[in-house]
Write a protein that binds this ligand. Sequence first.
Ligand code: F6P
Length: 522
Amino acid sequence: MTRIRGDRTPAWSQLQAHYQNVGQGLDLKEAFAQDAQRFARFSQNAPYIFADLSKNLLDTQAQDLLLQLAQQSGVLEHRDAMFAGQAINNTEQRAVGHALLRNPPVAPTDRAWSATENIANERTLVHPTLDAMLAFSETVRADTGITDVVNIGIGGSDLGPQMAVLALDAFALSGKRLHFVSNVDGHELAAVLKHLKVGSTLFLIASKTFTTIETMTNAHSAKAWFTAQGGTDTARHFAALTTNVAAAKAFGISTTFGFWDWVGGRYSVWSAIGLPLAIAIGATGFRDFLAGAHAMDEHFRTAPPEENLPLRLGLLDVWYRNFHGFTSRSIAPYHSALRRFPAYLQQLEMESNGKRVDASGESLPFGTSPVLWGEPGTNGQHAYYQMLHQGTDVVPVEFIAVKKARHSLPVHHELLLSNVLAQAQALMVGKVDAGGHKHFPGNRPSTFLLLDDLTPASLGALIALQEHRVFVSGSIWGINSFDQWGVELGKVLAKDVQARLVSGDASGLDASTAGLLARLRS
Ligand code: F6P
């Protein structure tokens, strides 16, 4: 596999020239007026998702050059290397195998995974492990004595399952409350524990490494609470979801569901980390969730480049970040069940591509991960859309809408869908007003993702789409999107500061940290 960093390809300089000559002056209203086919040209179907890219600052030439950029950078070969189980996470010498977790038991792509011995052996464990995890989820669902399930985990061991459980609330079993405790802030655990009864609670300790300080601190406190309340049957009331089964056993948990080091934390909702979701929506629902993601994997793996949605979105991200110079992307899910989706995407994009060196450690001369942010519509409209419409910065918006409502309040859904359409329209068309304050510049880009229904399968496809578009931009940027060294320093310093908070020793500290430490101790 030959990877060539995007800025070292001929297409990169051609894109720069195209941006200077045409791209920066592209007028969306004019582009629509001149091309009756623009909507058809820049929209497409992908599994479970219709995507309209036509309100983006793109013309056919930019799109062609971006596809050439992908071709010249070796993105598709890099993709194939991922699907073949090669150790593309080079700084940790690991394969990147989350897509393997959603392969059906017998799938044509399964064969490709024999590329690495390590994965070749472990892949045979994927389905037995999934079966065991789903059998356990069915047992919990049938156990009417368990009313509360508390997931203790952070980062990828929290954001994915939490987001998905909320998103699929319409499919959830009633009679089970799911709680998510992630923060080391004791307020969070205490607020959950005070409503629980020891005999009716199941704790899931979710940690890939089983060493993360926040999770271990919360897990120890939960166990202490369990014992203090007279709980004894840990096999029924605790389960661990981890790659470090030995550590979970040492902690005193005998019910464990494993996964593997080739599943990154932020890509782990498909593994045992998805157990809270499986408890909520059941084994069949969870299998549908995997199948939806697998359909998107197959699309990414096989669709021609010009109709390959993750590829097109990843390339658009590069176009905006490196040529237009946009620094953020706003996520606007017009479905309240997707309210944690922006937070989920923050980790996915910013922990994957928030890097300032390429995979070989060389400093990058261009920007990488944008800042991702957002709230569900229509709430965001009454908070920060002012800035989107009239602020000094242009922020591409990604709207996500769902055609079908799963409630019986039709007027609400009509209003919701009218608003999402109107916002995308308003950003683009603007409004001329000589007065200034009432002037909307317009020409502000947006992407529109439309799902027929929010189901386990469509959610799976939507997440996989986002995973793969992050892969594409990271690949063009020459980044290793699958490590996260940037989180380490804070962890090390927190240990040092914790000792100082206890002892009061401020020697060698900067004056600000020392001053704050003294105030916290006084
Ligand atoms: O601190 C970052 C991180 O390593 C994430 O990548 C990960 O999802 C999270 O911490 C939790 O890690 P673990 O699942 O090992 O507890």
